[in-house]
Design a protein around this ligand. Structure first.
Ligand SMILES: Cc1cc2nc3c(=O)[nH]c(=O)nc-3n(C[C@H](O)[C@H](O)[C@H](O)COP(=O)(O)O)c2cc1C
Length: 358
């Protein structure tokens, strides 16, 4: 199976399956002399960890990371970093009933067609368990970016319910189980998602990720544009069905006047933008404004209502998915989106150093 690596200079490769003994990531291209310990990575994994509220899967994984290589006396050595997370709470029997059926909305059918074999235990390699590895790589990427750059994510829509942006408060994101920046919306979403969860159903969501403190100049046009790489990064996350940069699809409804991010001379001689509809990227290169990416996450496919499908013999059957599942996978996709953003930016920062003028 190819396609397990991401990035150019800051490049990571993930390995492992949902119900194997462990999962992990090898990060290559991380510069030397960055301070790095397991304590730098663990908080980000804890944010993604399952079983933290009734709104996420009850699979209990401690997600303890171990650094196996690439660090000496608390500093990166410039050699490959190998990070490992043990799987401890696999319940493969949850999946034995569906071993011979294809779950709608999952990768069961496509993996079977492509490889002729599939690890039906939790989806094997296609499981979002793999996203823990991305989060670990993202923690390293944050080190490369340095303290001056922040990468933050939030859930901005659950089903039809959006946040009120006038109430946006980043400090609220860690005060509710949804990573929601609008405290009122978070309260409303709790009742809404309880209803969804109790009925055994699921719902989609939209995640927004914002990077601040970036220099102008990141991105390599034409085919390695920063927005192109971000879109690809987000689309590789499980269950993501659409990506927007800045005002995204809304740009199609605006006039040129409305959509212009006008500029004025700033006090230090650098231009100042009067808005950021472009999402901090022009011509594939960062402007120095916030980089803003949104992505749509589909509803969890594993639901308790029986759905029509076929079995390995090609016969009609029905399936309902037991086991432990997130009623809204968009919630736990927030730290994953942050991690992918951090990895893309770290990669482009290193590439920028290689090609930047002067
Ligand atoms: C953090 C996260 C957790 C997920 N958990 C589940 C889950 O519990 N049940 C489920 O059916 N899908 C879950 N998914 C989505 C599936 O992994 C995904 O839909 C499936 O592998 C098919 O891939 P695709 O939707 O990208 O085509 C999760 C996705 C993410 C990002």
């Amino acid at each position: 199976m190819a396609g397990n690596s991401f990035g150019t200079l800051f490049r990571f490769t993930t390995w492992g399956e949902s119900h194997g003994p462990a999962i992990g990531v090898v990060v290559d291209g991380c510069p030397s002399l960055l301070s790095l310990t397991e304590a730098d990575i663990q908080p980000w994994l804890d944010k993604r960890r399952p079983g933290q509220s009734r709104y996420t899967t009850q699979r209990q994984e401690p997600d303890q990371v171990r650094i196996l290589s690439g660090v000496f006396e608390g500093q990166t050595t410039g050699t490959p970093l190998s990070l490992m997370i043990e799987n401890t709470d696999q319940r493969s029997k949850d999946y034995s009933e569906i071993a011979s059926k294809f779950r709608p909305g999952h990768a069961d059918y496509t993996y079977w067609k492509k490889y002729g074999i599939r690890d039906y235990r939790g989806g094997g390699r296609s499981s979002a368990r793999e996203t823990a590895c991305r989060v670990a790589a993202g923690a390293v990427a944050r080190k490369v970016l340095g303290d001056g750059v922040t990468v933050r994510g939030a859930l901005v829509q659950m089903g039809p319910h959006t946040v009120d942006r006038s109430r946006w408060d980043w400090a609220e994101v860690d005060n509710n189980p949804f990573f929601c920046p609008d405290p009122q919306a978070a309260t409303e979403w709790a009742d809404y998602l309880d209803g969804i969860r109790k009925s055994g159903s699921s719902i989609g969501a939209v995640v927004e990720v914002v990077a601040s403190g970036l220099p102008a100049g990141l991105g390599d046009p034409l085919y390695d544009k920063l927005d192109g790489d971000l879109a690809r990064a987000m689309m590789t996350i499980n269950a993501v069905k659409g990506v927007e940069i800045g005002n995204g699809f809304e740009a199609a409804t605006l006039t040129g006047e409305q959509n212009a991010d006008e500029m004025r001379a700033g006090p230090d001689g650098e231009p100042e933008f009067r808005s950021n509809l472009a999402g901090g990227i022009l011509g594939g290169i960062s402007t120095g404004q916030d980089v803003v990416v949104r992505f749509a996450v589909k509803p969890t496919s594993s639901i308790l209502t029986p759905r029509q499908t076929v079995d390995l013999q090609g016969k009609d059957t029905d399936i309902l998915t037991k086991g432990r599942h997130d009623p809204c996978v968009g919630i736990r996709a927030v730290p994953v989106g942050e991690a992918m953003m951090a990895c893309v930016l770290a990669d482009h920062l290193l590439r920028h150093r290689a090609y930047a003028r002067g």
